[in-house]
Design a binder for this molecule. Structure first.
Ligand SMILES: CC(C)(COP(=O)(O)OP(=O)(O)OC[C@H]1O[C@@H](n2cnc3c(N)ncnc32)[C@H](O)[C@@H]1OP(=O)(O)O)[C@@H](O)C(=O)NCCC(=O)NCCS
Length: 159
């Protein structure tokens, strides 16, 4: 298993991983391209490139050269990074790849000088929240956001 930084050429690959991985969440929560404008089916590779332009660093996890998952880290300010787009393809779940990707991007955040990592998840994703708690994140708040059909929980961890 190897985790490498993504390049701009990886934008279509990243979008494919994100689309397939998040489909299980969309199915569970009833999110569709119609009721959720930021549904991955509504996004193209240019969306990934925009995120890169705005400072996100993406990483790809490969097993024997086959891409299995990705994650991104986005600096919010000098002290804080946000963990984003953590996605492992359904066929490769429960092998520790999600944990490895999270550890990798948090180490990257520390390397960038951040003191705190934050993330957002759907408030209904109780199992995911417990998993993030096992990784060291703590609950901050649950909020309603514009253009988002379900409540979002924010979590944070000191680095
Ligand atoms: C969350 C995700 C990245 C975990 O990847 P993974 O490679 O299976 O993670 P690991 O193998 O390191 O750990 C498996 C853990 O996933 C946990 N998990 C997290 N969310 C889960 C969910 N919705 N359903 C079932 N298990 C879930 C399991 O409890 C298991 O925990 P344990 O090993 O500590 O018992 C993967 O399920 C995924 O891509 N989900 C869809 C996208 C998503 O929700 N991303 C997070 C956005 S905030």
């Amino acid at each position: 298993m190897n985790i490498r930084p993504a390049t701009r050429d990886d934008a279509p690959l990243l979008l494919g991983i994100i689309r397939e991985a998040f489909q299980t969440v969309y199915d569970r929560l009833g999110l569709t391209p119609e009721n959720f404008p930021r549904h991955a089916a509504n996004l193209g590779p240019d969306w990934v490139l925009r995120q890169m332009d705005e400072g996100s660093r993406f990483f790809i996890l490969e097993e024997s050269g086959t891409p299995c998952g990705c994650a991104a880290i986005e600096p919010q300010d000098a002290q804080t990074v946000e963990l984003r787009r953590l996605a492992v393809l359904p066929a490769h779940r429960n092998k520790g790849y999600g944990r490895a990707l999270t550890a990798h991007v948090l180490a990257e955040g520390r390397r960038l000088g951040a003191r705190r990592a934050v993330l957002g998840l759907w408030a209904d994703e109780h199992e995911l929240r417990e998993w993030y708690e096992r990784l060291g994140f703590r609950f901050v708040e649950t909020v309603s956001l514009p253009d988002v059909p379900r409540r979002v929980t924010h979590m944070a961890m000191d680095l």
